[in-house]
Design a protein around this ligand. Structure first.
Ligand code: AMP
Length: 284
């Protein structure tokens, strides 16, 4: 699975990326984290990036594109990745398109976490307080002043990517104002609906869900039928995908979001049916 997580600072990209990594066994490629590591190690890249980062500006394109290109070539990225903090501008997105093309990799989706801006300052303040309480070092760009600058930069330079990926039918928008748990669930739901989640991962996730909600005995039975349930869910999630016309033949107003929504309804129905079957079997 190859994803981009899009959202302003404080929208929860890092948290959700960690969860996706854990769930699907893919790697998180955060340019911010890589640059902070380079600054800490005082590498040539770190020395160039240090002051720009401290002031909330953007590190030059050639540096971040180079970092990402090298990272995509590492063996652990072959299984899949989540880009967090990259691309941040339209030229970076175009460069990424080129990179992926050269490396014969296809992007599955761009997940946008949409949040209310007024909540962001408060979120970042809580993040700083929590980090201090844990005795962790606080990021030097997590101050109100720098955050305001980072937000302005997001609005001016990164938000156009919403249109960029929407036009390419890659954009999936999630309400980032929900609880962390809800956002995670919603991301997993839409990834399953568009068929980005591999059958094995979907089966594992469905089985884990049943184990969490039922008794151990029931869970044992359920894991057998979960295979069927998830399989069925995946089939129906994938079926409409085949029927989708190529982008050039689709009406311009048709959005990926709405097609993902209707697929999701079919998936929910299939899961419900699978659950009923499990219950019936358990009763018998
Ligand atoms: P983040 O952790 O994503 O908030 O990034 C922290 C800082 O690293 C940003 O404020 C930028 O200075 C720099 N940075 C991270 N990713 C990029 C990028 N794709 N392009 C330019 N600068 C970046």
């Amino acid at each position: 699975m190859r994803l981009i997580l899009l959202g302003p600072p404080g929208s929860g990209k890092g948290t959700q990326a960690h969860r996706l990594v854990h769930r699907y066994g893919i790697v998180q490629l955060s340019t911010g984290e890589m640059l902070r590591a380079a600054v800490a190690a005082q590498t040539p890249v770190g020395l160039k990036a240090k002051d720009v980062m401290a002031s909330g500006g953007l590190v030059p394109d050639e540096i971040v594109i180079g970092i990402i290109s090298d990272r995509l070539d590492q063996p652990d990225a072959a299984k899949g990745f989540i880009l967090d903090g990259f691309p941040r501008t339209v030229p970076q997105a175009q460069a990424l398109d080129e990179l992926l093309k050269k490396k014969h990799m296809r992007l599955d989706a761009v997940v946008e976490l949409r949040v209310n801006e007024s909540a962001l300052l408060q979120r970042v303040e809580s993040r700083v307080a929590e980090m201090r309480a844990r005795g962790e070092e606080v990021r030097i760009d997590d101050t109100q002043e720098v955050l305001t600058k980072r937000l302005a930069s997001y609005r001016a330079l990164t938000e156009p990517l919403i249109h960029y990926y929407s036009e390419r039918r890659k954009l999936l928008t999630v309400d980032g104002m929900m609880t962390i748990e809800h956002v995670t669930r919603e991301i997993n739901r839409i990834l399953t609906a568009i068929g980005a989640v591999e059958a094995k991962a979907a089966k594992k996730a469905a089985a884990a869900k049943r184990i969490a909600s039922g008794t151990k005995k029931a869970a044992g039975k359920a894991s057998k039928s979960a295979g069927k349930g998830a399989g069925a869910a995946r089939k129906v999630a994938k079926a409409p995908r085949k029927a989708v016309k190529p982008a050039s033949k689709r009406p311009k107003t048709a959005s990926r979001k709405s097609s993902a929504g209707s697929k999701a309804a079919v998936v929910r129905k299939a899961k419900k049916t699978a659950k009923k079957v499990t219950k019936k079997r358990a009763k018998a």
